[in-house]
Design a protein around this ligand. Structure first.
Ligand code: BGC
Length: 253
């Protein structure tokens, strides 16, 4: 069996920025400062692919010619094809993203859901490192992303942000964007929105651990103490690097 690569490029496509960095796959650390470009207002596949190309160009010269490349997208990815577009331009629906990026970069690209990448990042290098059993990572941002990991293996494309909560799409009530939009305090958001959301996930899955990522994971003390769950719930530690790191790591699998 060929040796596992020790370096890969990760690129994370988000609603406001597209960020990339080369990753040391042994430590999970960036080898260079990450490079970020603003996501275009009309974030069509072609517009995004051009920026992904620019980010890759910045680093590829310094990496081995066979360094794997992983890219995230905030949607379902089945066999390289994007199959949902809740918070991205609708033209992504049905787009063969993996082929598109590979064509633009002239190199093979591995495309993965953003929360799946973050979950793998946290499991291999972050707050859930080495945790066995069932780990569920959720990212609380514009939407709610999720990753299901069992004994270290990713079950891809879980869309737990879209379970029904009190008759609503859960992310429309419990994402960090709902807190902002509705002017909820951390306590209101935690007790009225996050508590029923995580209690329902706990009932459905009986996980061993919840990990909470997304921008709000930087301020865990403001909302996690309000949650009354049987399952331990901890903040992600890789912050907004988790997607880049997880995508790079998955691309090397
Ligand atoms: C999408 C997921 C994505 C999450 C976080 C949701 O709306 O359906 O695929 O992981 O947002 O970006």
């Amino acid at each position: 069996m060929a040796d596992r690569p020790t370096v890969a490029l990760g690129i994370d496509i988000g609603g406001s920025g597209i960020k990339g960095a080369p990753v040391n796959l042994v430590t999970g650390e960036f080898l260079e400062d990450r490079y970020k470009l603003a996501t275009p207002a009309k974030s069509t596949p072609e517009a995004v692919a051009a920026l992904v190309g620019q980010i890759a160009e910045r680093f590829l010269d310094t990496l081995p010619s066979d360094a794997p490349i992983g890219v995230t997208i905030p949607g379902i990815v089945r066999h390289g094809v994007v199959q949902s577009a809740a918070n991205i331009d609708k033209s992504w629906m049905g787009c063969p993203g993996e082929k598109l990026f590979s064509d633009v970069l002239g190199r093979r690209v591995h495309l993965v859901n953003d929360a799946d990448a973050a979950g793998v990042g946290e499991l291999r290098y972050g707050s859930a490192k080495g945790r066995d059993g069932l780990v569920i990572l959720t990212t609380l941002g514009t939407g709610i992303g999720s990753a299901i990991l069992y004994d270290g293996v990713l079950v891809p494309n879980a869309e737990l942000g879209h379970i029904e909560l009190n008759g609503h799409d859960a992310e429309s009530r419990a994402a960090a964007s709902a807190k902002e939009r509705e002017g909820l305090s951390y306590e209101e958001w935690a007790t009225q929105r996050l508590q029923p959301y995580y209690a329902f996930l706990e009932f459905l899955f009986s996980p061993d651990l919840f990990v909470v990522g997304g921008g709000v994971s930087r301020k865990p003390d403001k909302f996690l103490p309000y949650l009354k769950l049987q399952t331990p719930i901890i903040p992600a530690t890789l912050k907004n690097a988790a997607g880049i790191i997880g995508a790079a790591s998955l691309a090397a699998d």
